[in-house]
Design a protein around this ligand. Structure first.
Ligand SMILES: Cc1cc2nc3c(=O)[nH]c(=O)nc-3n(C[C@H](O)[C@H](O)[C@H](O)COP(=O)(O)OP(=O)(O)OC[C@H]3O[C@@H](n4cnc5c(N)ncnc54)[C@H](O)[C@@H]3O)c2cc1C
Length: 255
């Protein structure tokens, strides 16, 4: 898998939801290589602090104009510094990293929770024109800016919110359970909080449907050298989320 470090010019950097920003930058080489499910490792400032890059999923790619788009939530020091970068500024980006989603499907079902919906955008775009169904979960209506993003990509959109302010009240897994009983899918793709991924994997496995999960563990080097992001696999060995993942077949990481 090729890895490139580029100085990318920031083209657009806008607030799209509460503490969530969309960042588009020019990186023609990465735009030619990037696959859905892969991520980039972003050096958020030119200074030495913070030392570590921050991993962010590739949310969209436009190979024609050579741009990549990230969607990220501001949660701490790194993402707060990233949020200060203005259009016209430059970012040091390494990527594309990790392994992406399998695109072998005719009837895909996507499940995304919160900011875990970010990699689903590029996945959905790559699966078009196949009929895509998506379950999107968030805390409340204000967090469902995703609806607009997925509208043109998906045939069928199902929303769950924790407080019931939009769509069904509850979790994505509750909606998934009903949908797997009512319709036929040949793969389930999921990205979001760990308990959600475990629930999705359990339901898909029970229905004998292939399932891929994208893990977002804390990581440092991003290229499989430091082992800080390893997770336990079902064969008793460990996997590096950065280099073996972040996308795994569910049965590889959840029993
Ligand atoms: C492969 C991969 C893809 C990712 N894609 C995206 C994305 O598309 N959009 C996005 O917003 N975020 C994404 N993340 C998470 C993102 O990397 C972290 O939110 C970011 O590194 C936090 O940096 P920070 O310095 O702002 O926060 P820190 O100061 O490092 O941490 C602030 C808070 O966030 C928590 N946190 C930090 N990293 C993670 C993590 N990986 N998972 C859960 N909690 C974390 C910390 O425990 C702490 O509570 C991804 C992570 C990985 C590994």
């Amino acid at each position: 898998m090729p890895k490139t470090v580029v100085k990318a010019s920031v083209l657009e950097h806008t607030l799209i939801g509460p503490q969530v920003r969309r960042l588009t930058f020019a990186a023609p080489i990465l735009a030619q290589q990037a696959l859905p499910g892969q991520f980039v490792h972003v050096k958020v400032t030119e200074s030495i602090v913070p030392l570590l890059r921050r991993p962010i999923s590739i949310a969209d790619v436009n190979p024609d104009n050579g741009t990549l788009t990230l969607i990220y939530r501001i949660v701490g020091q790194g993402t707060s510094l990233l949020a200060e970068v203005k259009p016209g500024g430059q970012l040091d980006i390494m990527g594309p990293l990790g392994n992406g989603f399998s695109l072998e499907t005719e009837r895909p079902l996507l499940v995304g929770g919160g900011i875990g919906l970010a990699p689903m955008v590029y996945l959905a775009k790559s699966l078009c024109p196949r009929p895509i169904t998506i379950i999107m979960g968030g805390r409340n209506k204000e967090e469902m800016y995703w609806q607009e993003i997925f509208q043109s990509l998906c045939r069928s959109i199902h929303i769950t919110t924790d407080d019931g302010s939009l769509g069904r009240q509850g979790f994505t897994v509750d909606a998934l359970s009903d949908m797997l009983s009512a319709d036929t899918f040949d793969i389930v793709y999921a990205c979001g909080p760990q308990p959600m991924l475990e629930g999705v994997a359990r339901l898909a496995t029970a229905k004998n449907i292939r399932c891929q999960v994208s893990l977002e563990d804390h990581m440092a080097c991003g290229v499989g050298a430091c082992l800080s992001c390893t997770c336990a696999a079902t064969d008793g060995k460990r996997r590096k989320v950065c280099a073996d993942g972040p996308v795994f077949w569910a049965e590889e990481v959840f029993s």
